[in-house]
Design a protein around this ligand. Structure first.
Ligand SMILES: Cc1cc2nc3c(=O)[nH]c(=O)nc-3n(C[C@H](O)[C@H](O)[C@H](O)COP(=O)(O)OP(=O)(O)OC[C@H]3O[C@@H](n4cnc5c(N)ncnc54)[C@H](O)[C@@H]3O)c2cc1C
Length: 472
């Protein structure tokens, strides 16, 4: 009966429903008992072979489980994939209806019980810390991400900076290496309007090298010959003294976070945004990486490369090569990219080609090429670090097999895999069982603050009939 209900309401295969109802393991962090003392993750299976790596779904990766939690996760993931539900939810959360008395608390309460519970690690740093400990007991690590996204003035930037600092301190109080990194959005610690201006100026300098930027610090290459420059059609005005000062504050906030990370022995990961802002984000990130190098080949800061961009391969090659030349270990988180619709819409409105690959296959090829490039470099002795942030089974398998063939240390820090909390647990556990270093990207914060993050998940999952396979 329960099986039939699952097949019907969630549109999953009878086999998946059988797995669900016979499963004895909960979705990782949610069901591990709080009373279990923290311990090191179980050692990797020595019998993990390339062949086993290719068969995540059939391997016995789930341990004892509460069926009710699996069903709850399935319903939440299933709901987020139903287009009218995702569209209605996204419209409501962005609409003026949220200002009508009584609507906002009702929507927030509904989101808290469903999508928030599925995709977020808690409302406070303390709750997130408990989720990390539960996750750690299942052998996975946490990438702690305080879910604040944008700041429009220096006061908000300072407030967000303090929250990131608290997150780093909390990471250092958790079991050693249970937190693989702390995530920061540059848009939360430097005014977004200023980031747009700096991106414009950097783009213009790239177009016209005689255009001087007196405030510019040492950094790594942030453009390639194929990089889109359409956002800046005319020569921008120079920064005003106030803008220069605010930019300096942005640098200092980021460098203080790097310093705190160095002390806590946990790296910082910088998320990538859309191409109108990304040049300034890369500029600030890479200049902080050069200013705060880690000791003994350790990495302090990871930037993020979005493989759906046509210039991703070339930018990655240039940045990685320049970091090697500078003798600084820099990390790269490799994602496909979450702003495809807005990138395409903007390019269409300007009448220019989209910076995003023309087909999903091109994005997949670019992602896998970038992974191969970095794995080859790591195997050849580069100090570059790689976080493979993906839910794509094929990319996960290809990378796992290639890393194994190249003899790259599976449990080392140079290669890590990461999936979002609440998604792709099978891939995470399969890779972990095969001996790899795997993290969950754990967004936390007050429900209202993380709504933009939840909206991106809704857009990403909308209409995906393969979503439940991603969980199991
Ligand atoms: C740990 C982690 C951290 C992340 N951090 C960031 C971040 O900092 N910045 C960011 O932007 N995203 C980030 N993401 C989200 C990520 O970019 C993807 O949106 C998401 O992971 C889905 O991609 P996938 O690799 O799992 O692949 P899949 O689900 O196999 O592929 C879906 C992706 O392919 C691309 N795509 C889909 N259709 C087309 C098409 N027609 N043409 C071209 N390309 C297409 C899109 O990028 C889409 O998201 C992160 C994801 C994870 C797991």
């Amino acid at each position: 009966m329960a099986n039939r209900l699952l097949v019907k309401t969630l549109k999953i295969s009878p086999a998946a429903a059988r797995r669900l109802s016979s499963a004895t393991t909960p979705p990782i962090a949610a069901v591990l008992p709080d009373s279990t003392p923290p311990q090191s993750p179980p050692p990797p299976s020595s019998s993990a072979t390339a062949a086993a790596l290719l068969d995540f779904r059939n391997s016995n990766i789930f341990s004892p489980v509460a069926t009710s939690d699996l069903i709850r996760s399935s319903i939440n993931l299933g709901l987020s994939a139903i287009e009218p539900v995702a569209d209605l939810g996204s419209w409501l959360m962005r609409s003026r209806m949220m200002d009508v008395p009584g609507i906002r608390p009702a929507v927030v309460a509904a989101v808290r019980r469903t999508f928030f519970r599925q995709f977020c690690a808690g409302e406070s740093v303390e709750e997130a810390a408990l989720s990390v400990e539960r996750l750690w007991r299942s052998g996975l690590r946490g990438m702690l991400s305080y879910g604040v996204e944008h700041a429009d003035d220096n006061e908000s930037c300072d407030r967000n900076f303090l929250s990131f600092l608290r997150t780093i301190r909390s990471a250092s109080s958790l079991p050693p290496s249970s937190v693989s990194s702390v995530v920061v959005k540059i848009t939360a610690i430097c005014r977004i309007s200023l980031l747009r201006r700096v991106s414009d100026l950097l783009r213009w300098e790239h177009k016209d090298p005689s255009f001087k930027l007196p405030w510019k610090r040492r950094t790594l290459p942030i453009f390639a010959s194929s990089s889109p420059l359409h956002h800046t059609p005319t020569r921008p005005d120079p920064l005003t003294p106030d803008e220069e000062l605010d930019l300096e504050f942005g640098h200092r906030r980021l460098e203080s976070l790097c310093h705190a990370c160095l002390q806590a022995d946990v790296p910082l990961i910088i998320d990538a945004e859309d191409t109108s802002l990304q040049p300034s984000i890369d500029y600030l990130s890479y200049s902080a990486a050069l200013a705060s190098p880690g000791k003994d080949g350790k990495v302090v800061l990871y930037g993020t490369i979005q493989a759906y961009l046509k210039d991703a391969r070339e930018r990655l090659r240039l940045a990685c090569g320049a970091a090697e030349e500078a003798g600084v270990a820099v990390g790269f988180k490799l994602v496909r990219g979450a702003y495809m619709s807005s990138e395409r819409m903007l390019a269409r409105s300007l009448g220019v080609p989209s910076p995003v690959h023309d087909s999903i296959q091109d994005t997949h090829d670019c992602y896998n090429d970038c992974v191969n490039m970095l794995l080859d470099k790591i195997a050849a002795g580069s100090s570059s670090h790689l976080v493979l942030a993906t839910h794509n089974l094929q990319s996960g398998k290809l990378a796992a097999v290639k890393a194994q063939e190249l003899g790259i240390r599976k449990d080392g820090e140079q290669l890590q895999f990461a999936q979002l909390y609440g998604m792709s647990d099978a891939l995470s556990l399969g890779l972990k069982t095969a001996g790899f270093n795997v993290s969950k990207y754990m967004t936390f914060g007050p429900v209202e603050k993380v709504i933009p993050y939840l909206l991106r998940r809704a857009e990403e999952n909308r209409g995906r009939d393969d979503l439940l396979c991603y969980l199991y």
